[in-house]
Design a protein around this ligand. Structure first.
Ligand SMILES: [Fe+2]
Length: 406
C-alpha cells in the first residue's frame, strides 16, 4: 500500500517509494530506500522536498505517521515478528541519537553552531520509536557504558522528557522543546574534568563544587546558540528541588518551571537506573520507590504522572482506578512495563470486594490508574495490615467475614 505523507511525518523504519518534486532538488541518489538512520531523516528534512510516497508494506512493521499510543490497538504488539522489528528500530534510534549527541557536544566544545534541524530529526525518530514500542525503547536507553555516559544519559533524558510530555498531553511543539531540553540538560558537563565526571567514589567538597557549576556552564553555552529559552531553562534548573534545597539558585516550588521540574525527575530516574563506576543500576521499580519517598525533592503530582508515563509504580502503593475502584500495586517481576494490580475496593459502595488481579499495559486501555489514593479518605485506617494481606494473596473479605462470625 502506498501513501503520500509530508516530510515532517517521515520517521525511521519507513520505506520511501518515491520522492516528490524536481530531480535536481532531491537529496538522495536513490529514490527508493528504507530509512534506517537519523542522518537520512535529517537530510530529507533539511532539503526542499515537501512530501514523499511511503510503501507501507515494505516499511518496518506498520510504520505510519506518528499517532498517539492508544491508537495502536489494531496491531498485535506482542507478536514475535513485531517485537523483533521494534528492537531493530529501537537500537538504531538509540545508536543514531547517541552518535548525534556526541557530535553536537563535540561541536559546541570547539565553538561551532548547533544545527536545530538535525536535532529535530533526532527528536522525531525518538518519538516514533516511543510510539512503536515504548517499553522497548526505554529499556534500550537504560543500557550505557561509563565512557559514553554523558551522551547516553542525555539521549535517555531527552527520550524520557518526550514520553513524559506526551503523557501530560502537551502540544507537539512543546513536546519537541521538552525533548530538546532533555538532550541538552547536561551540556555543561563538557567543561567539567573527566577525572571528576568518572570518579569511582564520593566527590570531595571541592570536586562537588566544581560539578555543581555544570547547569550554569551549560546555560551559558546554550545562550551563545540559537536554542529556545525552554530548553535553556531545563539546562539551568534541572538540579533545583521544590523545597528550595537544590542548585544553582535554590528556587522553591512554582518558581521552578514545569519543564525544569520534569527535567529533574527524568534526570534522577535515568541516573538511578544506570550503571555507574561507583554503583550498580537500580531496577525501575526500586528507583521509582526511592524517588517517591524523597520528600521535598520533586513535584509529587508530576512524579505520579511520570510513573504513569513509564507504567512503573512503587509496590504497595494505593491507587484509584478510572472504573471507580481502589487497587494496590504488586510486584510484576521483570515485566516492569505492565503494572500488575490487585483490585479490592469499590468506591461507590465504600466496601471491600473479592480481590482480582489486573495487568495494565499500553494496549490495555479499558482501565487506567487515575491517581495515588489516601487510605484514610476511604476509611482504610488499617491500611498497613490490609496491604500486607493483599500483597500476600489473602482475600481480606473472607478474613473479615470469618472474624465477624467468631
Ligand atoms: Fe545535571
Amino acid at each position: 500500500m502506498l501513501k503520500r505523507i509530508p516530510v515532517s511525518d517521515v520517521t525511521v523504519g519507513m520505506y520511501v517509494q518515491s520522492i516528490d518534486g524536481p530531480w535536481l532538488e532531491q537529496p538522495f541518489w536513490r529514490s527508493r530506500f528504507l530509512i534506517t538512520r537519523v542522518e537520512q531523516l535529517a537530510k530529507l528534512r533539511s532539503s526542499k522536498v515537501s512530501s514523499v510516497v511511503i510503501n507501507l508494506d515494505r516499511s518496518l512493521g506498520a510504520a505510519k505517521p506518528c499517532t498517539r499510543f492508544r491508537t495502536r490497538k489494531a496491531i498485535d504488539p506482542h507478536s514475535a515478528q513485531r517485537r523483533a522489528q521494534d528492537l531493530i528500530v529501537a537500537k538504531a534510534v538509540a545508536a543514531d541519537a547517541r552518535r548525534f549527541m556526541k557530535n553536537v557536544f563535540d561541536r559546541v566544545r570547539t565553538g561551532k553552531k548547533i544545527d536545530l534541524a538535525e536535532l529535530d530529526a533526532v527528536i522525531a525518530s525518538i518519538t516514533h520509536a516511543l510510539v512503536r514500542n515504548r517499553s522497548m525503547l526505554l529499556g534500550i536507553m537504560r543500557l550505557k557504558t561509563s565512557d559514553t555516559y554523558t551522551y547516553f544519559h542525555s539521549v535517555a533524558v531527552g527520550t524520557l522528557m518526550i514520553n513524559f510530555a506526551r503523557e501530560l498531553g502537551l502540544a507537539e511543539d512543546q513536546v519537541r522543546l521538552m525533548g530538546l531540553g532533555g538532550l541538552f540538560h547536561d551540556l555543561g558537563k563538557i567543561e567539567i574534568s573527566k577525572a571528576i565526571l568518572n570518579k569511582p567514589g564520593r566527590l570531595t567538597p571541592g570536586e562537588f563544587d566544581e560539578m555543581r557549576q555544570h547547569p550554569v556552564l551549560g546555560h551559558d553555552l546554550l545562550m551563545a546558540e540559537d536554542v529556545p529559552p525552554l530548553a535553556r531553562d531545563v539546562c539551568l534548573h534541572h538540579h533545583e528541588r521544590i523545597d528550595g534545597g537544590g542548585y544553582p539558585q535554590g528556587l522553591v516550588g512554582g518558581e521552578i518551571s514545569l519543564a525544569a521540574r520534569m527535567g529533574a525527575i527524568c534526570d534522577v530516574y535515568d541516573a538511578l537506573t544506570s550503571n555507574r563506576p561507583y554503583k550498580r543500576a537500580s531496577s525501575p521499580v526500586a528507583a521509582i520507590a526511592a524517588m517517591y519517598s524523597w520528600e521535598g525533592h520533586f513535584d509529587p503530582k508530576l512524579m505520579f504522572t511520570f510513573m504513569k508515563s513509564i507504567a512503573v509504580f512503587p509496590i504497595g502503593m494505593l491507587v484509584r482506578l478510572r472504573s471507580g475502584h481502589l487497587a494496590v500495586v504488586r510486584d510484576n517481576g521483570r515485566r516492569a512495563s505492565r503494572a500488575r494490580l490487585t483490585v479490592f475496593y469499590d468506591i461507590s459502595t465504600r466496601r471491600l470486594v473479592s480481590p482480582r488481579e489486573l495487568i495494565l499495559s499500553v494496549t490495555n486501555v479499558s482501565e487506567l490508574i487515575v491517581e495515588a489514593a489516601d487510605p484514610s479518605a476511604f476509611g482504610l485506617d488499617d491500611w498497613t495490615d490490609l496491604r500486607g494481606q493483599l500483597l500476600s494473596g489473602i482475600d481480606p473479605t473472607l478474613r473479615r467475614k470469618g472474624m465477624g462470625a467468631n
